[in-house]
Design a protein around this ligand. Structure first.
Ligand code: ADP
Ligand code: ASP
Ligand code: MG
Length: 409
């Protein structure tokens, strides 16, 4: 007997038929003699609609009220799945974040889980009950509902798996594992039977949304075994997904593990800032204080004693970024702000970059051959990212996938 946390994403619970299928899959796991807790997301598209409503009323809305609104999607699906499971004769009950409770910090909209007391859930699972827990949500120390950032149900599932000492956390989604890149835009992407936590972490952090970054971080820290599986394939295919493992468990190491893209960043250029010490601090200090995460940064060469500072932020953070920079205008001393949402960040990730030279250069050469201009670039130990025009996303990802020898034969 094992204890398993099964997580189902938005497309897996998109409508009542899908919810019935999820219930059957859960029943199958229980029939195998396992103890099961389930985590679900909102129905596909629902969270986007809820976010859209908040933005339509006010782009600079109160993040606490945003959480109250967007957390509702998961309330619907936990109740429906519990009903579907009960219909199959399974003793199931829904749990909202605050009922567990999933305690988080007070960073509304991007809250971090601080603790989950699994004692009650464990006792109930041992007594044969199936907890159906709302993903994506928790409760802050201010006793208000919080959400964990987009895609946060993955993190809910891994945190729950750690809290109830589960043997495994199975993430069921609409693809049958982690691929060398998004299989929806590169049909020749290859499924990976195993991927190291480190590479998955890096891929997730640069846009491979199959797992939320924090879920991988948490799995690594809490030593949770995570599998990514399809909720659409035949149940017997369950062993066919991708397992997250330690680096030394991967026998045939590739230089590059995968390629990711993110179309949800925006580029900001601060024009003509005085080229003197302290000016970067004047720009990025107020943004840090406002909890705006700055990603890529480039400072252009100066010719007339001024310089242009270009950086990227999450597109959803753009309105707040502009407010902060407008306020700091006098202190920074720039002439104008230029913004561009028509960009995409393409990243190549692989442990092998530590020991192989020329990986970055191959990106630059491959994109140049396709006539794609690189606007900003950044590198880390196991990753190279470039910012390009959004229209070229698919072309760039496909070309790089081929150039790094990742295409399935
Ligand atoms: P869920 O709603 O189940 O959480 P998501 O849409 O958040 O599902 O994540 C699954 C999606 O991630 C896939 O449909 C796929 O398009 C995308 N994806 C991006 N990169 C990868 C990758 N490297 N491997 C697999 N899927 C990927
Ligand atoms: N429903 C939330 C979202 O769409 C959480 C999740 O799907 O993981 O971001
Ligand atoms: Mg997701």
């Amino acid at each position: 007997m094992s204890r398993i946390v099964m997580k189902f994403g938005g497309t897996s619970v998109a409508d009542l038929d899908h919810i019935r299928n999820v219930a059957l899959r859960v029943k199958r796991q229980i029939d195998m003699g396992d103890q099961v807790a389930v985590v679900v997301s909102a129905m596909a598209g629902v969270t986007n609609q809820l976010v859209g409503w908040c933005q339509a009323l006010s782009p600079l809305h109160d993040a606490r009220e945003y959480d109250t609104v967007v957390a509702t999607g998961e309330q619907v699906t936990v109740g429906l799945l519990a009903i579907a499971l009960q219909g199959l004769g399974i003793e199931a009950r829904s749990w909202l974040g605050w009922q567990v409770p999933v305690m988080t910090d007070d960073a509304h909209g991007t809250a971090r889980i601080q603790s989950i007391d699994g004692t009650d859930l464990i006792a109930r699972m041992q007594a044969g009950q199936v907890p159906v827990v709302a993903g994506f949500q928790g409760v802050g120390s201010d006793r208000r509902i919080t959400t964990l950032g987009r895609g946060g149900s993955d993190t809910s599932a891994v945190a729950l798996a750690a809290a109830v000492h589960a043997d495994r956390c199975d993430i069921y989604t609409d693809v049958d594992g982690v691929y060398t890149t998004d299989p929806r835009i590169v049909p020749r992407a290859r499924k990976l039977a195993k991927i190291s936590y480190e590479e998955m972490l890096e891929l997730a952090s640069v846009g491979a949304k199959v797992l939320q970054t924090r879920s991988v971080e948490l799995a690594m820290k809490e030593r949770v075994r995570v599998a990514v599986l399809s909720s659409f394939g035949a149940p017997d295919d369950a062993s066919q997904g991708t397992l997250l493992v330690d680096e030394d468990e991967i026998v045939e190491k590739e230089v590059v593990a995968g390629i990711a893209y993110a179309r949800d960043e925006a580029k900001v250029t601060v024009k003509h800032v005085p080229d003197r010490p302290g000016v970067a601090a004047a720009v990025f200090g107020p943004l840090a204080e406002a909890h705006v995460n700055v990603d890529m940064i480039v400072q252009n060469v100066s010719d007339d004693g001024t310089t242009d500072m270009t950086f990227t932020v999450a597109a959803t953070e753009l309105p707040r970024t502009l407010v902060v920079l407008e306020k700091a205008r006098a202190a920074i001393g720039y002439t104008k702000l230029i913004t561009d949402k028509d960009v995409a960040k393409i990243s190549v990730v692989g442990m092998g970059m530590r020991s192989h030279a020329g990986v970055a250069n191959k990106i630059f050469r491959t994109l140049a051959e396709k006539g794609i201009n690189i606007e900003v670039r950044s590198t880390s130990e196991i990753k190279v990212s470039v910012l390009i025009k959004q229209d070229y996303t698919e072309l760039a990802v496909r070309a790089l996938h081929t150039a790094y020898g990742l295409d399935a034969s």
